[in-house]
Design a protein around this ligand. Sequence first.
Ligand code: CA
Length: 475
Amino acid sequence: MSVHRRPNFVFILTDDHASNAISAYGSVVNTTPGIDAIAEAGMRFDRALVENSLCTPSRAAILTGTYSHTSAVTTLSTQLSNDHETFITALKAAGYRTAMFGKWHLGHGEGYDPTGFDHWEVLPDQGEYFDPQFLTADGPVQHEGYVTDVLTERALSWMAEQGDEPYCVLVWHKAPHRPWLPHPRHSDLFTDPIPLPPTFDDDYEGRGTPAHHATMRIADYLADVDLKQQPPTELDYAERAVWKYQRYMQDYLRCVAAVDESVQALTGFLTENGQFDDTVTVYGSDQGFYLGEHGWFDKRFMYEESLRMPLVLSYPSRVAAGRASDTLVSNVDIAQTILDFAGVAAPAAMQGASLAPMLTGEDPAPVRAAHYYRFYEHDDHMHHVWAHYGIRTERYKLIYFYADGMGLPNASNVTYPPEWELFDLEKDPHELHSMHLDPAYSGIRDELTLQLWDLQLALGDSPHPRQPVPEGRTS
Ligand code: CA
């Protein structure tokens, strides 16, 4: 292999940005020229999946390259101990300049502050959209302005100071997280009706209790703080649902518009300074999000819209332009991919795979046959999604709702009877009909059950005690 200049890394991560609101992924509701340009200059991952569809655990998985049971960051209220090695600590040890701007949401104070960064400015918890306060190594500071713009300006200012030494900067936006407060300059956008997704009126008939139990329906659970206006009183239930969807999407997509401007500013800086070709530029989101699919907003479920994160990456000096990949990749792969491109050995605790050989074309082989998922925050006070785990293969998805909070922070300890779901994604891409009890699927069901059992143990996690031991295995 030839010797390459050590690349810079510009890693833009947003919060709750669904692929269905990115034109590179075929959005029918908006355009995102800045994100699209990264995809066109490099690779778009169409099956990038998170291991736990929630802000805090996903961020821990991205930084540490490990699953939630390894990082111990399982819920919104578990913090990332700075005992864990991350791709940042490894890059810093290898001589990289490192900085972080934006949403951290992994804990604060001794033992939990951002670690391995030469410079950091992070929002306390979720942070504010306007005139945000930041925590820094020197104490709190406040900046006037809109959070997406402030983060971009702070990051650009730091990047301009770096000279020729390789650097890694994380620009981790708060947007487009709830409560979706856009900048007034975007208030004229999206005033035409926004198309409804095909599953907007889903009644969950083909699935078990968990989909019925969740409190994520736009029609019923978007609050005044989300809508910022009262629905017209003359609307019936169905009309009010559509009205709420429009209000939700207007603000969500306006927040995304500012994010895309940030992406354009950051890549514009790289281009103007001759750095774009030797920089690994990453755009991703900490999970997917429901934009009215199944009638929902929010995330948490292992269903496709929240399982799948947008992930595009460019590195023109080593990665060919304009490709898309539908191989199964995970948020735990990002850390090792970055370290591989930097020529830095990955810490032994990391559990993903480097995607660099696939990106450069040196080895296009898939990195896994099945993706493992686990959501711990059982029946939380926000959205009442049951705890579950499962696997997704190229064609199928098996989910076990063990439905037990197991005393975890922020989770209910109310236990419901466990339930299984099985989807044939080729025949049923919208996951409307679980085939778990269908005799025609008994063979694939048993195969997937074994595959889940084996993968879970291989990754060092434990099956829930309520799950029956599959035939051919011992507990
Ligand atoms: Ca999130």
